[in-house]
Design a protein around this ligand. Structure first.
Ligand SMILES: Nc1nc2c(c(=O)[nH]1)N[C@H]1C(S)=C(S)[C@@H](COP(=O)(O)OP(=O)(O)OC[C@H]3O[C@@H](n4cnc5c(N)ncnc54)[C@H](O)[C@@H]3O)O[C@H]1N2
Ligand code: MOO
Length: 430
């Protein structure tokens, strides 16, 4: 996707870069899955019921299937005695005939005998075996669950685009489906770059730090509905990264996310490895954090090109870049109509500084009005936010990021956020 802003120089807006990304990423073909693998997936087609639900008239109670006219006059003072001619349990295929003065012992879920028109619960009888005494008259149709009263065969069950919760998967099963067509789960590769990075928990020599971006990105990928199919950390060595990218291409991935090495340092290895390709662009975006961004397509031989992101390595910049660009791309791959996180308007409970001429993504904690104090009035119940990190939106403040519920998105033309100012917040906790 060579374009005018292929190499950094011109500063571009977040919206322009997002448009570039979404213009290059297309939904994957939907897949047919068994219901056992459907939970959490996004339905790709409208689904109708193949069955009536309930499938047949059946009893809602353990008791006796009766002819209403036999017991309509029953009362405690004048109970009616019926002959019990058969028993039907749930799953029973029998349809025993019930003549005048007769009843059938029936269990919850058992098909209602064709000649019955009411069920008397066992509590309204003497629970007899060969004969039963009915002391409370049922209504016509009492305790009968009618075929199709929930859904009729052919009725819509679910519309394309919904996420399949446990209840929705069970409704599909009840509606006679064994398989369902869902959006594909993108297979994603996550590669961290940096010679200073050490596996968490290992001893750290001078200059080394724990590698955290791959955990961050893997969790964010899963949260966006992707499958982390490949994960690696490589040193700042171009040939090692080249080999790793070849492995990614062999792994049949749908998207690759790299972190680190996109800036202008002497060892910025992603820039070195991908910069030679005419299909990957390096861009300067008017945002903080997240200024340097690489995006493009990688292709092996004549196979389908795979979107590749090179995100800045500073952990908060990595997180913000994922939310701004990678998550929308992942959602687009899954055919989602809305690729964005939910946003709310909240009130700043503290003031903070904003960089000039850049959209700021400030990690914020959402606090209750009581905790936040009274910036407006005591009755102002709008959610309040305060910076989650003590050092503002510095892109290295990975510890403080743990306290963030979202990012306050402050427009480029705003110089300062003051207590009481309304701010748009992208929520990321779900
Ligand atoms: N001369 C300039 N220097 C820098 C510029 C610039 O415009 N001119 N931009 C700065 C900005 S803004 C950012 S953001 C960073 C982006 O740098 P890189 O993408 O090349 O990232 P690295 O240099 O590899 O790492 C930056 C920082 O993050 C730490 N890091 C990296 N990966 C991980 C990881 N997987 N886990 C934990 N921490 C990681 C790394 O140790 C560095 O401290 O460039 C600025 N420089
Ligand atoms: O863009 Mo960098 O992310 O400001 O630190």
């Amino acid at each position: 996707m060579p374009d005018a802003a292929m190499s950094a120089g011109e500063v571009e807006t977040v919206d322009a870069h997002l448009a570039r990304v979404l213009g290059a990423v297309h939904p994957l073909a939907p897949v047919d899955e068994p219901l056992t693998a459907a939970h959490g997936r996004v339905l790709a087609v409208d689904v109708r019921s193949r069955l009536d639900i309930p499938r047949f008239d059946n009893s809602a109670m353990d008791g006796y299937a009766v002819r209403h006219s036999d017991v309509a006059a029953a009362s405690a003072g004048h109970p009616v005695t019926l002959r019990v001619v058969a028993e039907v349990a749930a799953g029973g295929a029998d349809d025993p005939a019930i003549g005048p003065g007769e009843a059938v012992h029936i269990m919850t879920g058992a098909p209602l005998p064709s000649s019955a028109d009411a069920v008397v619960p066992i509590e309204h009888t003497d629970a007899g075996r060969d004969t039963v005494i009915v002391s409370v008259p049922p209504r016509i149709g009492a305790h009968v669950r009618r075929a199709g009263e929930d859904l009729r065969a052919g009725d819509p069950v679910l519309a394309a685009g919904v996420r399949l919760t446990a209840a929705r998967v069970s409704a599909l099963a009840a509606a006679g489906h064994a398989r369902v067509v869902v959006q594909a789960t993108p297979r994603v590769g996550v590669v961290s770059t940096g010679s200073e990075l050490v596996t968490p928990g290992h001893p750290l020599a001078r200059g080394q730090i724990p590698e955290s971006n791959s955990l961050l990105l893997a969790g964010l990928v899963r949260g966006a509905g992707g499958d982390v199919a490949h994960i690696a950390t490589v040193p700042d060595d171009e040939s090692v990264l080249d080999d790793e990218l070849a492995r990614c291409l062999d792994a049949g991935l749908d998207l690759i996310v790299l972190s680190g090495g996109v800036s202008v340092g002497a060892h910025d290895v992603v820039r070195a490895a991908l910069g030679e390709l005419r299909t990957v662009g390096f861009h300067t975006i008017a945002m903080q954090p997240g200024k340097p961004q690489a995006f493009g397509m990688l292709r092996r031989d004549d196979e389908t090109p795979i979107p590749v992101f090179g995100l800045p390595g500073n952990p908060v910049a990595t997180a913000v870049s994922f939310e701004a660009f990678v998550r929308p791309a992942l959602r687009r791959l899954q055919g989602a109509a809305d690729v964005h996180r939910p946003r709310i308007v909240a009130v700043a409970a503290e003031s903070w500084r904003v960089p000039r001429a850049k959209v700021q993504y400030m990690p914020v904690a959402v606090v209750t009005p009581a905790e936040a104090g009274p910036p407006g009035s005591a009755v102002d119940t709008r959610p309040r936010v305060r910076p989650a990190t003590s050092g503002g939106s510095g892109s290295h403040l990975v510890g403080g990021l743990a306290a963030a519920d979202g990012y306050a998105i402050v427009p480029a033309e705003v110089d300062e956020v003051r207590v009481g100012d309304p701010v748009t917040v992208m929520l990321v906790t779900s």
